[in-house]
Design a protein around this ligand. Structure first.
Ligand SMILES: [Zn+2]
Length: 325
């Protein structure tokens, strides 16, 4: 399968919304769209999305009073508005309401409830999930960059929310949205794959090796380093699989499949409490016995394992999880 198609299976990957990059500088157009009846706002508060019945609540400009009501606990709180893009006749914006604000249950009761995106991801329509992820990541970035990292002066939002500029004297430093690249890799050898678990995970849960790329590294050297640090395994080859925006809070997961050169596991850096070589049959049996938990099907980590597992007559990992195999 082509990497473009593989990425489309990962949650939070946009399918049809145009980010209208060339309109971010057009303040008159932005003002007109913010007031348009067809415009919709996705509300973010403390990294949570306002959802109703497993779908983001899309507030219209006419429901601006509802946002004001949500903010009434903190009249001086800032509010961030970020252009997300256009789909059909609709323009989408994210509205981040103040971190210190504490919307009351009664305030959100008619609209929905604020939920963590990890909790909601499996139920979201793919396009809704992509918009919610973009909204969450952008609002988080605004919250984290209210002051200039160069001089400490206050910054203000420009270009539809894709730039924050320092307002202090002659500084004027431009700050752009941050994305932190992280690698995730399924290491294999013959009929086995390497999975590990972190101490705080639920019992039986295993997943791929993952970690952030560091300054001065390529993605490939980051993969080799993370696998070595976490498991003591050396890899000898690598191929790209797909990528996934991972707004927890602002990562881009870049997925690889790697082949092991060495097999002996040593938990070198203490990040994992256990790592094992699993055969396909072991995975099948442990899933059937309920002794193994795998990453959520919305994640790139699941698709890496699935694409390795689902070969020839082996069967289907998703069907195993659904109890149908
Ligand atoms: Zn500055």
């Amino acid at each position: 399968m082509d990497p473009f198609l593989r990425s489309q299976r990962n949650a939070f990957v946009t399918h049809g919304v145009d980010r209208v990059h060339n309109r971010r500088w057009d303040d008159a157009w932005l003002a007109q769209r913010i007031d348009s009846a067809s415009t919709r706002f996705i509300v973010v508060w403390q990294d949570q999305i306002l959802l109703d019945d497993h779908a983001p609540v899309h507030l219209s400009p006419a429901s601006g009073a509802e946002v004001e009501r949500l903010m009434r606990q903190c009249p001086n709180a800032s509010r961030d508005i970020v252009l997300l893009g256009c789909g059909g006749e609709t323009t989408y914006f994210a509205v981040g309401i103040g971190e210190a604000c504490e919307p009351l249950e009664t305030d959100t009761g008619e609209l929905g409830q604020f939920l963590d995106l990890r909790t909601a991801a499996l139920q979201l329509d793919p396009e809704e999930g992509a918009l919610a992820a973009q909204a969450k990541a952008m609002v988080h970035w605004h919250r984290q960059h209210r002051y200039c990292g160069r001089c400490g002066g206050p910054t203000q939002s420009e270009e539809g929310g894709y730039l924050r500029r320092c307002t202090e004297g002659t500084c004027g430093q431009a700050h752009f949205p941050r994305v932190d690249p992280a690698i995730i890799v399924l290491v294999t050898h013959d009929d086995h794959c390497l999975l590990g678990r972190q101490p705080h995970w639920p019992p039986g849960r295993y997943s791929n090796v993952a970690g952030f790329a560091e300054p001065g590294e390529s993605l490939e050297t980051a993969v080799a380093r993370e696998v070595w640090e976490e498991t003591g395994i050396k890899i000898k080859s690598l191929r790209y699989h797909s990528s996934q925006p991972w707004p927890f809070p602002q990562s881009l997961m870049v997925g690889f499949l790697a082949e092991a050169e060495t097999l002996e596991i040593t938990l070198k850096d203490g990040e994992l409490e256990d790592a094992r070589w699993f055969s396909r049959e072991m995975i099948r049996q442990e899933l059937e016995n309920g002794t193994l938990g795998l990453p959520s099907p919305y994640s790139i980590s699941f698709h890496l394992i699935e694409d390795w597992f689902d070969v020839e007559d082996n069967g289907c990992l998703q069907a195993l999880l659904d109890g149908g195999a």
